[in-house]
Design a protein around this ligand. Structure first.
Ligand code: NCD
Length: 334
């Protein structure tokens, strides 16, 4: 399996085998992410980290992943501070920035924009989210998390039951994750959303063509008896107006009382984050913070491992990371 020089634009480019391969490499990155070891395998390489839409963990974890492999990061954030605001095309930006970089990570509000950018790029481009379309690195880290959380209970992705809750229409993370789940067997999916924010038909079709059992519902409580509950935020930035988004805010809230009553005792709680903690939304309550099955921060931690794996793979050094290792001289608290 060779991803050297390839763009990572969509989960459609992965097979089941490639997922196992990526997850193996990601697991080997853990001692580096925990600062038990360092590596200089990407010493001298530059990541162009271009984020034209708000982001905290995706942007920072792309940058940290690159730094942890020994590389340097050059970053631009926001549309208004970039030449796109002066009318420059994605193609021109790509031609220029790719000459400064060895690999590029990019997020943009328009579906298809990262693929368009990649056409002008001379180096691999990794999609950090393109509008409501896809978020392949998030789907990989979600699946990696599901696999490791279920493993603790001797369970597997094949045969599991996952409930996805919230804005399934506009949430790119659930689109990409569902497409990856189509590569597994006998998955049961409860797709819980307001009717107007239901999972797009093309995603549901992909899941049913894979032979999965699908329940579509606008009721949350009765559908929470799953192995994984994947909660999402109402994607207010994708709505025509705030008023429109406000109609759906706070409709599906998971808290300790509901979890205790309707979930299994070992149901794993996931969320791509950010969770909207404002009182009128609060889809995932802070009163679950001490619940050992709340996997949201382990999920975010895994983002670094997956992104390290993708950089190492696209730059052709996945098998050289240990060869360039060195000591960590400072006192680590990880
Ligand atoms: C998600 C995104 O940007 O699609 N966040 C993330 O990347 N972890 C989900 C969201 O913003 O709700």
């Amino acid at each position: 399996m060779d991803f050297t020089g390839q763009h990572i634009l969509s989960v459609n480019q992965f097979e089941r085998d490639s997922l196992d391969y990526i997850f193996d490499i990601a697991a080997k990155m853990e001692p580096y992410a925990k600062r038990q070891k360092r590596t200089k395998v990407l010493d001298g390489a530059i990541l162009g980290n271009l984020f034209f839409e708000p982001s905290t963990r995706t942007r920072v974890s792309f940058g940290c992943a690159f730094n942890l492999l020994g590389g340097s990061v050059r970053e631009t954030t926001g549309m208004q501070t970039s030449a796109l605001a002066k009318g420059e095309s994605l193609y021109d930006t790509a031609r220029v920035v790719s000459s400064y970089s060895d690999v590029i990570a990019m997020r943009h509000p328009d579906a298809g924009s990262v693929a368009e950018f990649a056409e002008g790029s001379r180096v691999p481009v990794i999609n950090g989210g393109d509008g409501a379309n896809e978020h392949p690195t998030q789907a990989l880290l979600d699946l990696f998390t599901i696999q490791s959380e279920l493993r603790a209970f001797d369970e597997k992705i094949d045969g599991m039951h996952i409930a996805m809750v919230g804005d399934l229409k506009n949430g790119r993370t659930v689109h990409s994750l569902s497409k990856l789940l189509a590569l597994y067997k006998n998955v049961k999916l409860s797709l819980i959303s307001p009717t107007e924010l239901a999972m797009p038909d093309y995603v549901v079709d992909t899941l049913s063509n894979a032979g999965h059992e699908i329940i579509i519902s606008d009721k949350m409580e009765s559908n929470l008896g799953a192995d994984i509950v994947y909660q999402t935020r109402i994607q207010e930035e994708r709505f025509a107006s705030q008023d429109e988004a406000n109609k759906y805010r706070g409709q599906f809230r998971l808290n300790n009382e509901i979890y205790t009553k309707y979930c299994k005792s070992n149901t794993v709680i996931m969320h791509p984050l950010p969770r909207d903690s404002r009182s009128d939304a609060n889809e995932l309550d802070n009163d679950l913070n001490q619940n050992p099955n709340l996997a949201i921060f382990r999920q975010a931690d895994n983002g670094v491992l997956i992104r390290m794996a993708l950089f190492a793979m696209t730059l052709g050094v996945a098998d050289k990371v240990d060869q360039y290792q060195c000591d960590v001289p400072w006192v680590t608290s990880k």
